[in-house]
Design a protein around this ligand. Sequence first.
Ligand code: NAI
Ligand code: MG
Length: 503
Amino acid sequence: MGASTSHERATKGATSSAALEFVKSSPKKLLIGGKWVPSKSGKTFETLNPANEEVLALVAEGDKADVDEAVKHARKAFEEGKWPSLSPHARTRYLLKIADLIEKNADELAELESLDNGKPIFESKNIDIPGAAETFRYYAGFATKIYGDTNPSDPSMFNYTLREAVGVCGQIIPWNFPLLMASWKIAPALACGNVVILKPAEQTPLTAIRLGELILEAGLPESVVQIITGFGPGAGSAIAEHPDIDKVAFTGSGEVGKLILKASTGNLKRVSLELGGKSPNIIFPDADMPSAVFGSMLGIFMNQGQVCCAGSRVFVQQSVYEEFTDSLSTMAKGLTLGNPLDPNTKMGPLVSKEQHDRVIGYLKTGKEEGATAKTGGAAGNQERGYFIQPTVFTNVNNQMKIAREEIFGPVASAIPFKDENDVVLQGNDTTYGLAAAVWTKDINRALGVARKLKAGTVWINTYGMLDPMSPFGGYKQSGFGRELGKYAIDLYTQIKSVYAKIG
Ligand code: NAI
Ligand code: MG
């Protein structure tokens, strides 16, 4: 028959021999104490290619016992000062080296990301991988620029502050931007002198494991970065509950965010949370329509809509509602669904069956609530894989479930509005507050609305722009703490005030 092996089927379309080799050398292990080791239980789990549902690799399933072991190594590395007391210049050089290695292996990492997550290769190549390298490079510069103050204390005192590392940081990340999220977490933590234990999402562990290899190649002292693959209840909850972890940084669902916060009370560890969103993307009639349509399309369909800051509530002023939603639907319909590794593919599958079924559920709910799928509204017609057609719902109001709950899929809910006042009220009528956008040529209106929206990031006449130099995080139930920029330094340092008596 000449049937292909399951490995060949799983990696269909991959061209990087390094990526193929990496996937083939399975099962993947945990990075603990500077070595790759199997999980103590010996258990593994499968990671799939969501475009064809074939098994890509087996991965070690870490749990509490492995987390305990990693924490012992991390504590030792931290207390013995292997990393926090290194010269900041040396930390800079290590982080730059990691950035260089990410770039050197960019093609391999991009293919691994698309294989494991399902995102189109043009996105992995242009956004995820370069973004990860840039984040390490940005925080490399910070290692030498973390300042304390001298304070105008009593003249008989010399009082100054030191910004010191927090300690052992547990970092739990999601599957939507696997390598990029790993870099947002690891880079600032290392710049500040912390040691980290990273738990990638069970759906997409591969690039984090590869990053672990690159970090070893960069020569960082042992146990400064450890990587525990595994599930949420298991490895994830063991990190959240651990009495000897000083800080947890989490990105993911609100539901798990709340569990993490509760678990933190055991030892009062510091917590930062980056949770979901239901971001308003607001179109005024005086906007440059072609760019507003294109930007809104990217805002909701990039990465199959699995983006925490996706513009999932598209507010369009009544007078242009028909015209705008027609154009957005036409553009959505034109997006090519297919194998993520094909450079012409604009949309891949969702990450998992679970996510696919969840989104299908919302498509059903939307129709039951009375919304109209102007385009899409169903699964893709591919034989295999977790594809969903890009969907634009019209006849939506802001009280419907599809306007209130995070769908995390390629589904735009288009809601009409009367005027500026109305859209600000509706836009802010949500439990979330991660991002928002406003499209208008009127600068006064743009700046006014940007001020009134309760969101951690606001875009004007663009959507989805992110830069390591600018803070990212949420208002309300989108979480707390700001990642990126100088703000991440606050997350990963604590301040010591020193008084010295003079004379
Ligand atoms: P999730 O919140 O369950 O998973 C995110 C991470 O948390 C993964 O690494 C997972 O293993 C870990 N985790 C799960 N349960 C845990 C626990 N009890 N203790 C510690 N760690 C735990 O998200 P999931 O189930 O993959 O997606 C559900 C929904 O969450 C999505 O539909 C979407 O609405 C939202 N989400 C938001 C993301 C964001 O970027 N803000 C990213 C991923 C999902
Ligand atoms: Mg979950």
